[in-house]
Design a protein around this ligand. Structure first.
Ligand code: GLN
Length: 224
């Protein structure tokens, strides 16, 4: 599987993401600096990692969404390339309008950093095919702007189209309907606040995130 990890000034989970991809796919991803306007040819997956791009100034992800590389990411997504945005990556994808809604300040104002239980709401996507629908998994979160909000029509549409991929088992940050991760209409773009790349080996305490990368690898090698 050919993958790339986009790096912004302030990204701090880019290495974790690269390591998870290398571990699961056996191939190291290409690290792509955000000022590039082109991505490597033939990519299967683009990962937008967590962190504090541009120091979270203005709004989390708002400045990164304007980086030259994001135009290439959008073009690739339109062609069906898989795009995974985790935490700050999810914030960047909403700011770039590849995903609907917005990630607001956590309802409790404080930064939340701990393992949380999330349920897999849709196991039909390539990202979630290795999970059972309704399964609860443990994955860490680390954010202050994880409070997913959208208007009622958008939330209803996300639910109705099976685009809520993950939901918090108990409230973590005030997110509307407990939404922890969503898919785009075509199902090839996933944004999620919990960090699957931090749950891929025994030392992490949970290996639940590993199956997300395994599902992608399988989906790419054996497309449905
Ligand atoms: N770990 C992260 O990606 C942090 C995301 C974001 N900057 C926040 O704190 O909300």
């Amino acid at each position: 599987m050919k993958s790339a990890v986009v790096v912004f000034p302030g990204s701090n989970c880019d290495r974790d993401m690269a390591e998870a991809l290398r571990l699961v796919t056996g191939e190291a991803p290409t690290m792509v600096w955000h000022r590039e306007s082109d991505l490597p040819a033939g990519l299967d997956l683009i990962a937008i990692p967590g962190g504090f791009s541009y120091g979270d100034y203005l709004r989390s992800g708002a400045m990164a969404a304007q980086s030259p590389v994001m135009r290439a990411v959008k073009e690739a997504a339109d062609r069906g390339v898989f795009v995974l945005g985790v935490c700050n990556g999810f914030q960047v994808l909403t700011e770039a309008r590849l995903l609907p809604g917005a990630l607001m300040r956590n309802a409790g104002i404080a930064f939340v950093g701990r393992d949380v239980a999330i349920s897999v709401e849709n196991s039909q996507s390539a990202f979630t095919s290795r999970y059972a629908a309704g399964e609860t998994i443990s994955v860490p979160v680390a954010h202050h702007d994880g409070n997913f909000q959208a208007d009622t029509a958008t939330l209803d549409r996300l639910e109705g189209e099976g685009r809520v991929a993950f939901r918090y088992a108990a409230d973590v940050n005030g997110s509307a309907r407990g939404i922890a991760g969503i898919l785009n209409e075509a199902g090839n773009v996933l944004g999620m606040m919990p960090h699957p790349e931090r749950a891929v080996e025994p030392a992490h305490g949970s290996e639940a995130g590993r199956r997300l990368f395994e599902g992608l690898l399988e989906g790419i090698t054996h497309p449905a």
